[in-house]
Write a protein that binds this ligand. Structure first.
Ligand SMILES: *Cc1c(COP(=O)(O)O)cnc(C)c1O
Length: 415
């Protein structure tokens, strides 16, 4: 049977029917064959129906559960000020944007949002894309050319991998945060080669932070550019919520970066930040920017409201970090392995996919939604539960999770 990189989403009952059909030797189409294989390997993914706003409690498949797997770190996705901004934008500007920004004109809200983003990231300019995913596809494929060298962290997000593939640069992977191996690869480059180091700022599945001071040092010594994906760090890390560079209190002309408005900022959309000439270049070269309809006005207004809010109310971010400190300490005291997590993304090591799924199901039975993360999203043998905390989680909610994690962990032999 074949394996594919990307797992599809189907109903699990369907998959049972499929594996039965397979046993009976019925003729299989390619996708049925693949689905049956995914099911057998415990890699099958399915969609679960939500019928409530996204908050710390949601209604999942008709049942109230505590949510511990959203990237809505600051709880802004359902914040009254953001909702108000979106509603008011709909009333003033309508619901759709009509065309690509290059075709029918660029709504002034785009420019306002870009100015604010450049300010947050301390860069000359910014460019809004329709999502973080298409930002990575668009920017990487536009700035990297055939023959260039790409050095990528082993745990980079799938959208970075896809952007690099699309660019047709020569792709090399270094072990997670292994600066010695990265330097070795830098030494092997041809001096004529433009070199790009591509990394997450805050790693989405491990919850640790890229060693940016060391990366910049290497980039300077070997004349490389760093492409930083700050999807999870924006609004979360740093005194001003500016992300990884704010966290290290550094800037560097060697670094260009992207982020998303869809995680801590609670809304939707992606963005690139860097020097003005690069932004002008991307407007001309980034195909996912050029050939897609611009974001709706309400989405742009939501982004603006979120940036305002994180500036004016740093206490929301402080609460997120208080929650993180409380929960992580208790989790470690129970004896769980949390990888190298140092942020509100807290993975709990399980190992095998079926066991991680069983743990997640156990928690769901007890009214707690924590996603199991399995290959191919993470390396084989490192399946895990991934807890993401929000500023809006209350102490009692975290305590409920801790109690059930302990019981479930013991039942599964992890503790
Ligand atoms: C979520 C994510 C993206 C994609 O951002 P979207 O706005 O959700 O498309 C890119 N990079 C990383 C590291 C992410 O976690």
């Amino acid at each position: 049977m074949s394996r594919s990189f990307d797992a599809p989403f189907v109903d699990s009952n369907e998959a049972d029917i499929l594996s039965n059909a397979l046993k009976k030797g019925e003729k299989m189409t390619r996708e049925k064959d693949e689905l049956a294989w995914l099911k057998a390997e415990h890699h099958l993914r399915t969609l679960r129906r939500v019928s409530s706003p996204t908050s710390t409690t949601i209604e999942l498949e008709g049942k109230k559960v505590l949510l511990f797997c959203s990237n809505n770190y600051l709880g802004l996705a359902n914040h009254p000020l953001l909702k108000k901004a979106a509603i008011s934008a709909v009333e003033t500007w309508g619901v759709g944007s009509g065309a690509s920004r290059l075709i029918s004109g660029s709504l002034h809200l785009n420019q306002k949002l870009e100015e604010k983003l450049a300010q947050l990231k301390c860069t000359e300019a910014a460019l809004v894309f329709n999502s973080g995913y298409t930002t990575n596809l668009g920017v990487l494929s536009a700035i990297i050319q055939k023959g260039d060298l790409i050095l990528a962290d082993r745990l980079n997000h799938a959208s970075l991998i896809d952007g690099c593939r699309l660019s047709r640069g020569t792709f090399r992977v270094y072990r997670h945060k292994d600066m010695a191996q990265l330097e070795k690869l830098l030494k092997q480059r041809k001096t004529s080669q433009q070199t790009f180091i591509v990394t997450d700022g805050l790693f989405s599945m491990d919850g640790d932070i890229a060693p940016l001071p060391e990366l910049v040092d290497l980039a300077e010594r070997y004349d490389a550019t760093i492409y930083l994906d700050d999807a999870h760090a924006t609004g979360v890390l740093g005194e001003h919520g500016g992300g990884s560079l704010d966290h290290f209190q550094m800037t560097s002309p060697r670094i260009i970066q992207m982020g998303t408005l869809s995680k801590a900022l609670g809304g939707f959309g992606g963005f690139f930040c860097g020097r003005r000439s690069l932004v002008d270049y991307l407007v001309n070269k980034a195909r996912p920017f050029i050939y897609t309809t611009a974001l709706p006005p309400s989405v742009l207004a939501t982004g603006l409201a979120a940036l305002d809010l994180i500036e004016k109310e740093p206490q929301i971010r402080e609460q997120l970090w208080k929650n993180r400190a409380y929960f992580h300490k208790k989790l470690r005291a129970l004896g769980f392995d949390t990888f190298e997590s140092e942020t509100p993304i807290i993975p709990i090591r399980v190992g095998e996919s079926d066991k991680a799924l069983a743990f997640s199901e156990y928690l769901l039975d007890h009214g707690l939604f924590v996603q199991a993360i399995r290959p191919p999203t993470v390396p084989e043998g490192t399946a895990r539960l991934r807890v993401t905390l929000m500023a809006t989680h209350r102490l009692e909610e975290m305590d409920t999770l801790l109690t059930q994690l302990e019981a479930g962990g013991k039942a599964l032999g992890l503790l």
